[in-house]
Write a protein that binds this ligand. Sequence first.
Ligand SMILES: C[S@@+](CC[C@H](N)C(=O)[O-])C[C@H]1O[C@@H](n2cnc3c(N)ncnc32)[C@H](O)[C@@H]1O
Length: 267
Amino acid sequence: MRDDYVHGYSEEEANRLKDQANTLANLMHDDTKYPADSLVLEAGCGVGAQTIMLAKNSPQAHITSIDISQESIKQARDLIEKNGFKNVEFQTADLFNLPFEDESFDHVFVCFVLEHLQDPIAALKSLKRVLKKGGSITVIEGDHGSCYFYPETKEAVKAWNCLIECQTGFDCNPMIGREIYPLLKNSGFKDVQVTPKIVYVDSSKPELVEGFNKKTIIAMVEGVKDQAIASGLIDAESWEKGIKDLYKTTEPDGVFFYNFFKGKGIK
Ligand SMILES: C[S@@+](CC[C@H](N)C(=O)[O-])C[C@H]1O[C@@H](n2cnc3c(N)ncnc32)[C@H](O)[C@@H]1O
């Protein structure tokens, strides 16, 4: 249960990551386009939700996507093949122990991975080793402390806070987004720049109501139900009301705000 939830190995979590990537594709990827013939490493590609965007936006770059999970790599490879992209190679590998020579890549891309790692600086330093001098690293992470919504009820906030506490209990850092700047700097990257990627949703944007509020955010909160109730963070009745209230943010007067952070640094 824990690994399924944390790393996106369950079918629901894999679908949630794909929905999230599809919905946020422009917001997250518009300013990431790698030149022809450049060598790009995507670390922690999971089931390929971001890989497909990288492959599409940089059709002439050579992308190597790695993940520690063999099963996720298999799904990612199937997804890329099904969509007809030829510019991605996959490999099962641990980003802390990369099977590549020093300075093998022009660019590194890492999305929604650092939040799951106990030592993100060690991860960034390991990625830096395989990056060429002058090459770039791009890091994307969410920050659950950046969320607010309307209508806001006590139970909805409690359900949201259960998500934060459960993910923290899984040794994740659900508020890592705000740390991207210091993490990149303290890993030795230069010219670090972090851009907020704001997701503001109201009912005038029905595709975001569906793809972000319902299928990404509320689906993620619903994923910790058993853990939240079993660990006594919330009682079952308050949980049901909290989830029902969160769905009110998807109604005609509902509003939802969340901020992702996208950082770039140079070796
Ligand atoms: C939440 S998923 C994100 C997947 C993908 N980047 C995305 O945005 O959809 C985190 C991924 O990091 C991978 N991961 C965790 N630790 C890793 C490690 N040490 N080396 C390589 N991949 C790792 C997990 O297997 C999982 O697929």
